[in-house]
Design a protein around this ligand. Sequence first.
Ligand SMILES: Cc1cc2nc3c(=O)[nH]c(=O)nc-3n(C[C@H](O)[C@H](O)[C@H](O)COP(=O)(O)O)c2cc1C
Ligand code: SF4
Length: 505
Amino acid sequence: MTTPHEKHLSRLPVTRWPSLEEARASKWLSPLSVGRLSLADRTWIPAMVPWRASDDGFVTPAVIEWYARFAEGRPGAIVIEATGIRDVPSGPLLRIGHDRFVPGLSELVRAVRSASGGRTKLFVQIIDFLAIKRRPERNKFLERFLVIDDALRERAAALLEDDGLVREDDAGVRARLIASSDAQLLSILTPRDHESMTMGHRERVTDTHLSHVRALPEVLPALFADAAVRAEAAGFDGVELHYAHAYTMASFLSRTNTRDDGYGGTIEGRLRLPIEVIDAVRARVSEPFLIGARILGDEVIDGGTHLEEARTIGVALSRAGLDFLSISKGGRFEDAAQPKVGHAAYPYTGPSGHECMPTVKIGPLDHEGAHLDALEPRRNTTAFGRNVSLAREIRRAIREAGLSTPVITAGGIGTYAEAEAIVRGEEADIVAAARQALADPDWLEKIRRGEGHLVRRCYFTNYCEALDQHHKEVTCQQWDREQLEQPLVLKSKDGKRRLTAPRRS
Ligand SMILES: Cc1cc2nc3c(=O)[nH]c(=O)nc-3n(C[C@H](O)[C@H](O)[C@H](O)COP(=O)(O)O)c2cc1C
Ligand code: SF4
């Protein structure tokens, strides 16, 4: 039967799935044991926010169902979504900033252990983020939020050719700004104010004039350590420190971090807080508890950190004692698309976001509807396996430094052939798949049984990511309208989509 979506989608590049014997001989599907990290195999589901937590950050039945469903595919590890380390309201994002969150998280751990038969290791990604405001209406911003100072008066007076504006009161200046054109405002406002007006105000780690931003190096090590202690109490095998994408710690590591308090500028300065966080966490958790981190192999923004520095960062953090290092790419605010008025910018909407969760652009097709350009998904030029080279180069640098920290790659990997080639080629130690696991949480079990032809393959066209962007429950277009009438099916708030994949062979 044709689903409503199928008629718009082309077939994916052809791949060959392994026989049972090949699957049994697979390196990707073989155990890994390095330092504290031991996995039943080298498969991994990276963090994915599904927008299922309660509005006050607690685990809900839908959160448990989501992760238990992934655990049925028995991956080597699952990383629970980005979970906030502070005890502050942050919408339906999971939180771990207070002991009251521990019982729910413990229940989640038990559900994953039970669904995977104890096979899957479980980590929680712990995150800090700075404030971001919704894009205001232009005139409301100029009337209420813009701070009027002498420098602004002078720029307005010069541009609008009206010397009187230098002595004008606030209300008068605001009225003239409201009457000005957008092009004039671009010259009158500071770049930062202009950004606040057109994108929504966003704090940066370099805003050291704000006392809470200046104090980040004092408060974050303890906040991360407290969160890790709670994760251990909840029964997790470890934490993944979120040092990637658009958030606080990635911004400390970024080349754009120009703080002059010893926590910015040089690469040593930018590494200082991330290393202090690792030290603080290690000092507070038990010896076997794992500490990993996710970093960017490339920020993919002008003036940002690229691979050369990411190699140095990878080595330094490994040397600081990380048990694993997961490599991601992009996902920054700096190049995000302009949000609509009343919405906040989303860091996966610009070119750097594309690199983080690469989207398939449907290309030329052959007469059967398969992509012409490749038999196996092709790297770098398509969405597939696009980020592997970053993991490979960072891993190489880590090995050259005499360290054995396992490195994880992710991004557009949805076939056995590619994952196996990456592990065999020693480009990464572990291959993660987020969206492929969402499209078919049983895909690894099917491969292990030599039934890869039954895998429901991800299209990588990012229907799920669009839901994420609008803070709606994340589901997959391939199954969310199936068997809605089944009993006990949890559904989205509008009742139109099921929240986890139906079970079928
Ligand atoms: C809906 C959704 C939510 C995500 N949430 C997170 C997150 O919380 N933390 C994170 O590090 N990455 C997050 N990611 C990125 C994924 O972990 C992964 O790096 C990315 O999807 C590329 O891998 P894939 O091609 O296998 O999907 C998310 C991705 C998706 C699709
Ligand atoms: S997982 Fe996401 S990108 Fe993949 S097929 Fe489903 S909705 Fe599309």
